[in-house]
Write a protein of this length. Structure first.
Ligand code: C2E
Ligand code: MG
Ligand code: MG
Ligand code: MG
Length: 283
């Protein structure tokens, strides 16, 4: 009857609620555990930088590398940034982690120079949380000073969305960084929403064309049109332009014919550890 049906419905509701609570508690616990693991990863020396070479299309030489963070987890093995950067950003741990990356990239680049290898630019990805720290510019200056690396061998990659969160402040910070002699690049260009009129006020040296526009070249005519347009935009704004995620000869041919300066992607090399990168640089 209706009464017992009501009773059953309440009972099910209660059980579901309990199940839901347990699940929530487990999720919260798991998240706390991940947070603690991530927090301790720096002190435990579990982070490592990999380097992905960038090649100039005219000279065919490797002239730069992007540093990409990896977490050597004791149980989970090599963890990629997609799996821990979001939590690091959410919790603010990206600030100390980002400091580690910045200092390690500068130290490593200087060590390569001291070892007599050809001098290259090493780029570091900067997240919005870091960039907005009040003393961000002095942290960069300090990393250069401690490592002894000349500023022109450091590049910082920021995204359009980072800049557009607060254009006025971001542009001012970019000018301070430029005054240090550090180079700036816009990462994942084309996926954000920066207006073209704002773009001309950014003191950036390079645009990095997002991999999503490159991956379907030469099959997707729209992507080819967009890539070509970004290249000519960069040229007109006197910026360098690099294509990310280049995997095939056909892509290289299209980019070279379109006047793209540089390429980065599996076609040249995957991101590799420091020792393997030295072999690429020396070879
Ligand atoms: P990103 O800065 O756009 O880096 C390029 C990503 O594309 C890297 O993924 C790289 O391994 C991958 N990639 C490069 N060439 C190719 C290719 O030819 N094909 C394909 N399929 N993929 C390619 P990764 O290393 O997993 O990094 C992902 C993202 O994590 C980066 O995107 C960057 O936004 C972020 N990230 C990495 N390291 C750091 C860091 O030290 N700090 C911060 N804040 N973010 C970082
Ligand atoms: Mg990047
Ligand atoms: Mg990118
Ligand atoms: Mg990206």
């Amino acid at each position: 009857n209706a009464d017992s049906a009501m009773y059953r419905a309440k009972e099910i509701g209660r059980n579901n609620l309990q199940l839901f609570d347990v699940e929530m508690a487990l999720k919260a616990h798991e998240k706390l555990r991940r947070h603690e693991e991530l927090r301790d990863a720096i002190a435990r020396g579990e982070f490592v930088l990999h380097y992905q070479p960038q090649m100039n299309l005219k000279t065919q030489r490797i002239f730069a590398a992007e540093s990409l963070l990896r977490w050597q987890h004791p149980q989970r093995g090599m963890v990629l940034p997609g799996e821990f950067i979001p939590l690091a950003e959410e919790t603010g741990l990206i600030v100390p982690i980002g400091d580690w990356v910045l200092n390690e990239a500068c130290r490593q680049n200087k060590a390569w120079q001291d070892a007599g290898l050809p001098s290259i630019v090493v780029s570091v990805n900067v997240s919005a949380r870091q960039f907005k720290e009040r003393n961000w510019v002095s942290r960069v200056a300090e990393a250069l000073e401690v490592s002894g690396l000349e500023a022109r061998y450091l590049e910082l990659e920021v995204t359009e969305s980072l800049i557009m969160q607060d254009v006025v402040t971001a542009v001012a910070t970019m000018h301070e960084l430029e005054a240090l002699g550090v180079h700036l690049a816009i990462d994942d260009f084309g996926t954000g929403y920066s207006s073209l009129s704002a773009l001309k006020s950014f003191p950036v040296r390079r645009l990095k064309i997002d991999r999503s526009f490159v991956q379907d070249i030469p099959d997707d005519a729209d992507d080819m049109a967009i890539t070509g347009a970004i290249i000519s935009l960069a040229q007109k704004l006197q910026m360098q332009v690099i294509a990310e995620g280049v995997e095939t000869q056909a892509q290289v041919d299209f980019l070279a014919a379109s006047g793209c300066d540089d390429i980065q992607g599996y076609f040249i090399s995957r991101p590799v550890g420091a020792a393997a990168f030295v072999a690429l640089l020396a070879g």
